[in-house]
Design a protein around this ligand. Structure first.
Ligand code: 5AD
Ligand code: SF4
Length: 330
């Protein structure tokens, strides 16, 4: 497809050709449709201390919460009423997760609603991944964050890239639709890292690909590092689209945190999925992975949020759809 030298040229040059190509390929595969997914950030407790992340264990300025399973069920009942067909259950690596209970909740959700469940809970044991899959979970998101092993270990203490990749392969083997991806512009990374990130993404043959710019968070050790350029980030996303035409690629909220209308720009560069934060606002203000999360996250009313997203998608020439949005690779 592209040589490493070509990728570097594209990422450094100043024209829009690659963004236009990213959009064209998205339209060829998905037409005008932008898939809607709901996301519940159900616990901001985390045992890890990733240097870039606002909910790292050492951040003492955060009020920690854990949404009960009963409440999660109620939220899903509510959004199902609005026709949303995919829910992402995301949390930090909460050591108090009761995997057996979580499995029961998943079973209950799946037997009551026609809805796809995506989990994003970080590193678990293989048996736990298996149990949750057997309980009815459809998809799992586990980002590799950076393809540079040394930087990975520096920024994610007590974890290794090798173990992370092992888990991604386990998830695939268990039959999950799998999502992964990087953070663009992590401190210490350079153009070569981005090239290797792109190649790793391609080689992992992913159903979903989440990429987004690094956003410095005030209560982390990386607070003084700069985020990457928006243009570089968008070109990276377009390359991801061109190299992985069939994958679902969300316009992540970090694009909005980087630049006004960032998510809209990401849709125009090749993303085909948009996430709606459906975490009740009393909690979501404490789920700050990075500063400056989209204000859309804080609107109380789901109806209002939906309308805002519909308008945004329409302004980019798309149509918001609520399909289950299965992987095109399965
Ligand atoms: N900037 C951008 N993305 C971040 N994430 C965590 N912290 C940051 C940050 N400061 C991303 C990671 C993680 C996802 C839930 O949020 O990629 O996998
Ligand atoms: Fe925890 Fe994930 Fe944040 Fe790391 S990136 S501190 S594992 S929530």
């Amino acid at each position: 497809m592209f040589s490493k030298t070509e990728i570097k040229e594209i990422l450094t040059q100043g024209n829009d050709e690659i963004l236009i190509k990213g959009l064209k390929i998205k339209k060829k595969i998905f037409g005008d449709e932008i898939l809607l997914r709901g996301i519940i950030e159900f616990s901001n407790r985390c045992r890890r201390n990733c240097l870039y992340c606002g909910i790292r264990a050492s951040n003492k300025f955060l009020k920690r919460y854990r949404i009960s399973h009963e409440e999660i069920f109620e939220i899903i009942k509510n959004i199902h009423h609005y026709g949303i067909k995919t829910v992402v259950l995301q949390s930090g690596e909460d050591v108090k997760h009761d995997i057996k209970k979580l499995g029961k909740l998943i079973e209950k959700i799946k037997s009551n609603f026609e809805i796809a469940i995506t989990l994003s809970l970080g590193d678990l044991k293989k048996e736990e991944y298996r149990y949750l899959k057997d309980s009815g979970a459809d998809r799992y998101l586990l980002k590799f964050e950076t393809s540079n092993g040394e930087i990975f270990e520096k920024l994610r203490p007590k974890t290794t890239l090798k173990d992370r990749l092992k888990n991604i392969y386990i998830l695939k083997e268990l039959g999950y639709e799998v999502g992964s991806g990087n953070i663009i512009g992590l401190p210490g990374t350079d153009l070569n890292t981005l090239v290797e990130d792109l190649i790793l993404i391609k080689n992992l043959n992913l159903d979903m690909i989440g990429v987004g710019p690094f956003i410095p968070h005030k209560k982390t050790p990386l607070k003084n590092f700069s985020p990457p350029d928006i243009y570089l980030s968008l070109k990276f996303l377009s390359l991801v689209r061109i190299m992985n035409p069939l994958s679902h690629i969300p316009a992540t909220t970090s694009f909005d945190a980087l630049k006004k209308d960032g998510r809209l720009k990401a849709l125009k560069a090749g993303a085909n999925v948009i996430m709606m934060d459906i975490t009740p606002p009393i909690y979501s203000s404490n789920y700050e992975i990075y500063n400056g999360k989209s204000v859309i996250s804080y609107f109380k009313n789901i109806d209002e949020k939906l309308k805002t997203l519909e308008k945004m998608v329409k302004s980019g020439g798309g149509v918001l759809v609520k399909n289950i949005g299965k992987s095109l690779k399965k």
